[in-house]
Design a protein around this ligand. Structure first.
Ligand code: FES
Length: 344
């Protein structure tokens, strides 16, 4: 099947595989169409179907509240063509090289980190290159829709993607992950995706504010910055929020990153529901602990330290909103230096 993307910069025609959605076909074909979550929640991938049969994958996708269905608008990430079609996308959309791609993967190294957080790897059939901070969409046969998760590892080219997932109530994928037998399962991987990326060439100090599994992409940033020696000359201030001491995960890895660059990397874990006990400081001696909401702890510690900063934010929506407000109003960072992906 063919999809024609009508844009202000001209028409782009790409091949679409059976069952593939318009967004993935476009990105895979090098058309730089707009998107954020890639899973039906944000509404950014709005388009208008001008011609041809297109089926909606998820009728109740929250992102559909942003489209005018009476004008034949839909979400590219939820629209699956069943024949040749033409879609109109707002803006000057150009063709690029090296778009994301789809491939099979196998789940391995499944491990429970806390009562509601697991980590696992997906072993790829062919290597993938991605920037620290990017994500991939995982699709399991038999479970409707894809789930977007940031990679926690980073290297120039990897044949294994590492993920961390916090359980959400009522999620089919989460139920399978926590209650099923995920080890060895085959799944589809589409990526890399996302623009909340870390690029050492920008020469910025890094500020990360994360809640729960939002720490995932920031682990990749810390990995990249540490392995490349970036933190020999640039600062990283990392604030990681969880509820209680029992909810802390990746403590060992965060402790290691601080010890690798003790003058430049600072990590503070903020507990929202209790005061940190002495046991935590003993287990992770190079990490600082504080009580409070993570964005408030970050605001207090970062006062007057926003020089040459790029801010990364990920986590539950109220935390993300609070952190973004702080980066705009207090840190006065321009939009280009505030990075987050709207998924979840
Ligand atoms: Fe499609 Fe977010 S709704 S990219």
């Amino acid at each position: 099947m063919k999809i024609t993307f009508q844009t202000k910069a001209g028409n782009h025609i790409v091949d679409c595989a059976e069952g593939e959605n318009v967004l993935f076909a476009g990105l895979r074909g090098g058309v730089a169409v707009p998107y954020e979550c890639a899973t039906g929640t944000c509404g950014t991938c709005r388009c208008r179907v001008m011609d041809g049969p297109v089926e909606l994958q998820w009728n109740d996708a929250p992102g559909l509240t942003y489209v005018k269905r009476e004008k034949n608008e839909t979400l590219m990430c939820q629209a699956v063509p069943t024949g040749d079609c033409v879609v109109r996308v707002p803006g000057d959309i150009v063709k690029t090289e090296n778009g994301p791609a789809s491939q099979s993967g196998r789940m391995e190294n499944f491990e429970r980190l806390t009562h509601d957080v697991v980590r696992f790897s997906v072993v790829l059939e062919r290597p993938m290159s991605f920037m620290a901070g990017q994500f991939a969409v995982l699709t399991l046969p038999g479970i409707e829709g894809g789930r977007a998760y940031s990679m926690t590892n980073h290297a120039t080219s990897v044949d294994r993607l590492d993920f961390v997932v916090k359980r959400k109530t009522g999620g089919g994928f989460c139920n399978w992950l926590f209650d099923g037998s995920p080890e060895g399962a085959e799944l589809q991987v589409f990526g890399p995706l996302g623009r909340a990326t870390f690029d050492p060439a920008e020469g910025k100090n890094v500020l990360c504010i994360a809640g729960g599994s939002g720490i995932a992409g920031m682990m990749a940033i810390l990995e990249h910055g540490t392995a490349s020696g970036y933190f020999g000359t640039h600062r990283a201030d990392v604030f990681f929020g969880v509820r209680t001491g029992d909810d802390v995960f990746f403590g060992d890895a965060l402790n290691r990153y601080v010890e690798a660059s003790p003058k430049q990397v600072n990590v503070t874990i903020a507990l929202s529901d209790e005061a940190p006990g002495a046991e935590l400081a003993k287990r992770f001696p190079s990490v600082k602990f504080a009580q409070g909401f993570v964005h408030e702890v970050a605001a207090a510690q970062m006062k007057d330290r926003y020089d040459n900063i790029c801010g990364y934010v990920a986590g539950p929506p109220p935390m993300v909103d609070g952190a973004l407000r702080m980066l705009v109003l207090e840190a006065r960072l321009p939009g280009t230096d505030i990075r987050y992906d709207k998924f979840g």
